[in-house]
Write a protein that binds this ligand. Structure first.
Ligand code: IPE
Ligand code: IPE
Ligand code: MG
Length: 246
């Protein structure tokens, strides 16, 4: 039995989010420049996007650049931005062939114009695709997202569009970048770090967390299948007792 056959296709997570970490360390280990690690990392992106679409996972969200990543050396930031444009151009084929819609979350206004334009173009080209939603988190920070949501909701209260008592989970969801996405079911982080790094804090409230030491450029389809199998072995209780579930 191959590893992919061990996955129960009826019980796939609906939304998988990935913190793609470890490109720099992967390169350093091989005596290469960090940017080579990022280039190799984009191959892993392609692999995982394809694997998700083939399996039928409806939502895949990838953390590509955080609000905190702006603090990296300028040359690394600009190389990452160039790589992003290159990757987007290359991905159009995969997105089209697999009927995938591209979506983005984050403060897109902070991105260089050429990146934003390329992103918007690919989003426009793929907007009617319906098999899977691939969301890229770019200049994304969960606290920034929550602050904007709180501001927007406050504004509506101030202008009597909604009342304070109307504020519930669904109102908050509607004001987040992730409004079209369901809650995260499975969060994967590569590279051995056990932290969330300001990613989807609200949306992962009941996600299953999966950490692997594998560095992102080494993360292959089989590693992804491994994560899904591990996820399927868990009992998601959502506060109930095990007995209540069975
Ligand atoms: C993840 O790899 C990619 C981004 C954050 C853009 P890193 O660049 O963080 O790699 P490490 O953590 O330094 O190994
Ligand atoms: C998180 O990785 C952000 C992305 C993967 C884009 P980092 O490498 O920036 O995270 P920290 O700083 O080590 O927590
Ligand atoms: Mg890192």
């Amino acid at each position: 039995m191959s590893i992919v056959e061990k996955i129960d296709k009826e019980r796939l997570p609906q939304h998988v989010a990935v913190i793609m970490d470890g490109n720099g360390r992967w390169a350093k280990k091989k005596g290469l420049m960090r940017v080579v690690g990022h280039e190799r990392g984009s191959k892993s992106v392609n692999n995982i996007v394809e694997a998700s679409a083939k399996l039928g996972i409806p939502y895949l969200t990838l953390y590509a650049f955080s609000t905190e990543n702006w603090n990296r050396p300028e040359t690394e930031v600009s190389t990452l931005m160039k790589l992003l444009v290159k990757t987007l151009k290359k991905e159009i084929k995969t997105l089209t062939e697999n009927n995938i819609r591209l979506n983005a979350i984050g403060c897109l206004a902070d991105l260089p114009e050429r990146v934003r334009n390329e992103l918007l173009e690919v989003m426009e080209i793929t907007k009617n695709n319906s098999h899977m939603v691939l969301t890229l988190a770019l200049s994304y920070g969960s606290r920034e997202e929550l602050i904007s949501a709180i501001k927007a909701i406050s504004d509506k209260v101030k202008n009597n569009i909604i009342s304070v008592n109307d504020i519930d989970e669904s109102i908050i969801n509607k004001h987040l970048y992730t409004q079209i996405l369901p809650d995260v079911d499975l969060l994967i982080r590569t590279s051995g770090e056990h932290r969330i790094s300001n990613f989807l804090l609200w949306q992962i409230a009941y996600a299953e967390l999966y950490f692997t030491k594998t560095l992102w450029p080494d993360f292959k389809k089989n590693d992804f299948y491994e994560a899904l199998i591990n996820y399927q072995k868990r009992e998601r209780r959502f506060g109930k007792t095990s007995e209540q579930l069975s």
